[in-house]
Ligand binder design. Structure first.
Ligand code: B12
Length: 224
């Protein structure tokens, strides 16, 4: 049995735990909770559980949505399942840094409620030794400015998953710059590319969660 593949399948099917009646054909079978717990017991690397299992599952869900096989409720069940799995591995990703290397204020931009990627980046940055202030979803440009003002030493992180909300990201970067704030800004999310990040004047972009740590270290000029 290949547990990461089973985890991926549980995300795709939206099966949370053994007791969950959804989807009916999987009732009584192990869900994401049991499978992730088993994978941890079997010492499968947390990065493999994350990448091959949880994130791999969400990518497949995105494809199914694109080709009309899945609808919004299916995507929602899968997202809830992914989140339940993430909860179990978060403590391992987060670690317990004795002292912080710097601060990151992060949020999903206005109009956008996708937060799985943003939450993942937040946990990975905490694990990498940074203090993270999470503003949640649907964060307005004004809110980003207010937080940048309150934390002038912090890196500001923005996430956008929709073509439409990329424009909220642009507006947020613009407003921070127009306000004369000097915070470095990093951006990411499924629809954000390095070229778009450049175009809107962000200081950094990353797609791969673990690489967010060296990105932020470089921007803050801290060693490691
Ligand atoms: C789960 C999901 C949902 C869930 C979200 C639940 C939640 N709490 O997040 C629900 C069901 C609510 C949802 C709703 C919608 N969704 Co949706 N959703 C997805 C899906 C399947 C997965 C996203 C995800 O979590 N991926 C896993 C994470 C780990 O990846 P990630 O977010 O990209 O993050 C990684 C990197 O991008 C990066 N990153 C992310 N943020 C940041 C920030 C920084 C600073 C940095 C450095 C890096 C970084 O790091 C992460 C780790 O690698 C995607 C498909 C896809 N392939 O992305 C569609 C997708 C994003 N959704 C889509 C759409 C259309 C919608 C809806 C408009 C559908 C509708 N008709 O209502 C609504 C919009 C709601 C809204 N206003 O936001 C489209 C967007 C198309 C587009 N180009 O605009 C996609 C691409 C699906 C598709 N193929 O068509 N969705």
């Amino acid at each position: 049995m290949d547990l990461p593949t089973d985890i991926k399948n549980a995300v795709i099917r939206g099966h949370i735990d053994e007791k969950s009646p959804y989807p009916p054909d999987m009732a009584g079978q192990p869900g994401i909770i049991e499978l992730v717990e088993r994978a941890l017991q079997e010492n499968i690397e947390v990065g493999t559980i994350l990448k091959k299992g949880l994130v791999g599952g969400m990518e497949a869900v995105g494809e199914k949505f694109s080709n009309g096989e899945y609808f919004l409720p299916d995507m929602l069940m899968s997202a809830q399942t992914m989140k339940a799995g993430m909860k179990l591995i978060e403590p391992l990703l987060r670690g317990d840094a004795a002292q912080h290397l710097g601060k990151v204020v992060i949020g999903t931009v206005k109009g956008d409620m996708h937060d799985i990627g943003k939450n993942l980046i937040a946990v990975i940055l905490e694990g990498g030794g940074f203090e993270v202030i999470d503003l949640g979803i649907d964060v307005s440009p004004e809110k980003f400015v207010e937080q940048a003002q309150a934390h002038p030493e912090a890196i500001i992180g923005m996430s956008a998953l929709l073509t439409t909300t990329r424009e909220s990201m642009r507006a947020s970067v613009d407003l921070i710059r127009e306000s004369g704030l000097k915070n470095k800004i990093i951006v990411g999310g499924a629809v954000v590319t390095a070229a778009f990040a450049d175009e809107i004047g962000a200081d950094g972009y990353e797609r791969d969660a673990p690489k967010a740590v060296p990105l932020v270290k470089n921007l803050l000029g801290v060693a490691g």
